[in-house]
Design a protein around this ligand. Sequence first.
Ligand code: GNR
Ligand code: NI
Length: 167
Amino acid sequence: MALLSILHYPDKRLHKIAKPVAVVDERIRTLAANMAETMYGAPGVGLAATQVDVHERVIVIDVSETHDELRVFINPEIVWSSDERKLSEEGCLSVPGVYDSVERADHVRVRALNERGETFELDCEGLLAVCIQHEMDHLMGRVFVEYLSPLKQSRIKVKMKKLAQAM
Ligand code: GNR
Ligand code: NI
């Protein structure tokens, strides 16, 4: 397994649109395993392939406190979203140190392929619902800070550029 490096906002590659996975093979299973290792190491509760500069529709999530509920979503689709929406505080491994409120559907149903290429559906609420929507945004080239005001976005860009210089 290997730790992958995570792109940082405002890197242009975070805005690339991921392509569907054609075949769930060993290459995809290795990618998912390396993404999981990178997510746990960060530490984070989710990671989209876009963040490690792989532009294919692969997400890993583990919102458990015990870090033993890894879920891999390949070619995820939201098949239903609740009309009820909820504000919650988000952070992102690609925008370290920035946390702000984002409004999203409170409850979603997701259909995806697992690591064996089998279709599954999952009802998501709470942090899992927030996280799957946040990760699916990454696959579409969208970072959560783009939901914030233009003023906040420009301040975040300044902060990230200073951070990059310090590293
Ligand atoms: O680790 C993460 N925590 C988090 C908290 C609230 C809402 C979304 C997230 S996802 C984030 C990891 C990440 O950047 N995934 O893309
Ligand atoms: Ni993120």
